[in-house]
Every structure is written in structure tokens, then in C-alpha cells.
Write a protein that binds this ligand. Structure first.
Ligand code: UT7
Length: 331
């Protein structure tokens, strides 16, 4: 998928939200056979946030959305589309996008959910850009929000140490209105047939939830971590190389990757011959928040002045499916 040929697209506003409750590595030491040292060394994570019972994906997404709208100096009524990327929707239906629409009062908007696991936000961002580029929508809210704690097994040390909850949002408009963050292109790719690598085995139409499912914990995430690891490093490298090839590395301001695992990020940067500072990372504080990680990191990078005016910012993401993709903007 290449650059949109019609209206030029920009990022008008960014926002994010993370719940108050902190779950540290030391807290996890009390739940499972692990250690702060192992988790930090293998993943770069020190702590992650866990949503309260009343905080679902929709509510967290709505707070991030309001912050992005404030940043864009736009009102909820100005939106004409909401795309919500989530692996942990509030309910099977109605969509979490509908819940966000209602919570923020985006009365003139339509909306839908997109699920592509950890790649979800990047897929939703590229989709939103097509809507604006073709003129079908003028102001699109893209939200990535996850309550991953609701699908984690806190007895499985392979998964529960890695993931956290949170939300991030961006408002995309015409570049003329946004005045920054010009969308230069992106990609959306998948390779099905890899359920055994990373999945929630039951709770859908293949195997609806029953007592047996609950007893066996099949409604929770299972992961072959090593296989995701190799795939993530190789895909990170390929996506960045392909995205920057027409521009050259000297134009790169910052890579804002899916916060998958600090070791994965650093090993990919090493293969790309780029210094650690080339990528923005906040995984030590939030863990891997799946579809929320790119917009949360992007918002922090933006507010902390880590994006460089006039230079390129590239987001890459990869996850279950398998799925992977990127988007490239000039900040
Ligand atoms: O966003 C996409 C979603 N997926 C991911 O982000 C996952 C990407 N993968 C990873 O981040 C890493 O593969 C993990 C962090 C999940 C695991 O790290 P690893 O270096 O691949 O460890 P491993 O699975 O190869 O396990 C190494 C050892 C094993 O022990 P033995 O067999 O060497 O004795 C594990 O049993 O570490 C053990 N281990 C643990 N020890 C303490 C596995 N998990 C833990 C743990 N604490 N939490």
C-alpha cells in the first residue's frame, strides 16, 4: 500500500491514558515463579498498569480520545469517523467504537472496531488515512485501547509478565488542517495459519466459553514467546529498511515501534546499525499494551519532544495472526 494520492493527511492531535494501578515485577514475584531481574533482563519491563474493574477498553479509549481532541483543538462533534483498534473489546458487540462515540459525544460520527492484535493501531491508522485521502472522511479519531489483564492468566509466567493495560489516540485530518505529521505511507500485512504462535484459544465461535474452557483457562492468552521473538526482530528490521529506503537514514527522526520487548527493539536496531536512541521506548513503565502501545508511545514521544520537526517518524508493529505493518509520517 502506497502513499494516498488525493488529499494529504496529517496528525492533528494525540492523547493517551494509563490506569493508576501499578503492577511491579516485585508484585509478580509473589504470584508466579519469576524475578524482577529475569523480567527486566529479558524484556526491559519494570512495571505495567492494570485497569480497575470499572475501567474497560472503551472508557480508557474515551479518555485518550478526549485528550487527542483537546490537542487537536477540535470538538467531538467535529469527528466523522472513529476507528477503534482493540483485542479486548468491551463486549462481542456493540463495538467499542460505539461506546467511545457515546462517551465523548461524537454525535456526527460513524465508527467501527478493527482487531489485528498488536498490529491493530497501525492497521487502523493506515485505514483512517485512506478515508481522509479519498475525501470520504474529514476528521478521523483512531484509538488503540486494551484491557489485556482481562485475557491474561496470572499463573502463566510466559505471558502475564509481559502485558499491561492502557489507551492511546490520534486525530487525523487533512494536512492543511493538521499542519504537521504528514502521512507518507504505510503497510498492512498478515500471514494466517499461525494460531499456535499466539492466541486466545476459546471464547469465540470456534469454541464458545463453557465450564471446561474456564477450568482449562482456554479463555486466556497463550503464546510461543520464542517464535514471536524471532519474527518480531526480523519484521522490525525489514519494515524500517523498506520504509526508509526512498528517504535515507539521515532523514529519520525517531522510530516509534510497538513496545514489544526492549530486547527485541535493541536487537533490531543493532541489525539496522542504528543507536538505541533511534527508537522511542516506554516499555519499562507500561509493558506491552498490544494495540495501545504505538499511540501511547507516540503521544509520550510527542509531549516529551522526542519527535524531530521536519524529520521522519516511523511506527512498526507485529503480532498475532501473524500480522505486521508500519506507517511513516514527516513530523
Ligand atoms: O506483541 C506481540 C506479543 N508477543 C510478544 O511480545 C512476545 C515476544 N517474546 C518475548 O518477549 C520473549 O520470548 C519472552 C519474554 C516471552 C521470553 O523470553 P525468552 O528469552 O524467549 O525466554 P524463553 O521462553 O526462551 O525462556 C528461557 C528460560 C526458560 O527456562 P529454561 O528452560 O532455560 O530452564 C523458561 O522456563 O526462562 C524461563 N522463563 C522464566 N523464568 C522466570 C520463562 N518465563 C519466565 C519468567 N520468569 N517469567
Amino acid at each position: 500500500m502506497n502513499r494516498v494520492n488525493g488529499i494529504r493527511v496529517g496528525i492533528a492531535g494525540l492523547g493517551s491514558f494509563s490506569p493508576d494501578k501499578v503492577l511491579t515485577n516485585q508484585d509478580l514475584e509473589k504470584l508466579i515463579d519469576t524475578s524482577d531481574e529475569w523480567i527486566f533482563k529479558r524484556t526491559g519491563i519494570r512495571e505495567r498498569r492494570i485497569a480497575a474493574d470499572h475501567e474497560d477498553s472503551g472508557k480508557m479509549g474515551a479518555i485518550a480520545a478526549i485528550r487527542a481532541l483537546e490537542d487537536a483543538k477540535l470538538a467531538p462533534e467535529d469527528l466523522d469517523l472513529i476507528i477503534c483498534a482493540t483485542t479486548t473489546p468491551d463486549k462481542p458487540f456493540p463495538t467499542t467504537a460505539c461506546h467511545i462515540q457515546d462517551a465523548i459525544g461524537a454525535v456526527n460520527s460513524g465508527g467501527f472496531d478493527m482487531n489485528s492484535a498488536c498490529s491493530g493501531f497501525v492497521f487502523a491508522f493506515n485505514t483512517a488515512a485512506q478515508y481522509i485521502g479519498t475525501g470520504m472522511a474529514k476528521r478521523v479519531l483512531v484509538v488503540g485501547t486494551e484491557k489485556l489483564s482481562s485475557i491474561l492468566n496470572y499463573k502463566d509466567r510466559n505471558t502475564c509478565i509481559l502485558f499491561g493495560d492502557g489507551a492511546g489516540a490520534m486525530v487525523l485530518t487533512s494536512l492543511e488542517e493538521a499542519g504537521r505529521g504528514e502521512y507518507l505511507g504505510g503497510s498492512i500485512q498478515t500471514e494466517g495459519g499461525n494460531d499456535d504462535v499466539l492466541e486466545v484459544p476459546a471464547g469465540g465461535s470456534t469454541r464458545p466459553t463453557d465450564q471446561e474452557v474456564l477450568d482449562a483457562g482456554l479463555d486466556k492468552m497463550v503464546m510461543g514467546g520464542n517464535r514471536v521473538y524471532r519474527f518480531a526482530v526480523n519484521t522490525f528490521v525489514r519494515l524500517v529498511k523498506d520504509a526508509l529506503e526512498p528517504y535515507g537514514y539521515e532523514q529519520l527522526g525517531r522510530i516509534v515501534p510497538h513496545q514489544v520487548n526492549q530486547r527485541i527493539i535493541e536487537s533490531a536496531l543493532e541489525k539496522l546499525d542504528l543507536p538505541v536512541e533511534a527508537a522511542y521506548s516506554n516499555i519499562h513503565k507500561y509493558g506491552n499494551t498490544s494495540a495501545a502501545s504505538v499511540p501511547m508511545a507516540f503521544d509520550e514521544a510527542y509531549r516529551g519532544d522526542h519527535l524531530i520537526k521536519g524529520k521522519l517518524a516511523c511506527s512498526v508493529a507485529f503480532g498475532a495472526g501473524l500480522s505486521w505493518g508500519h506507517f511513516l509520517v514527516r513530523w
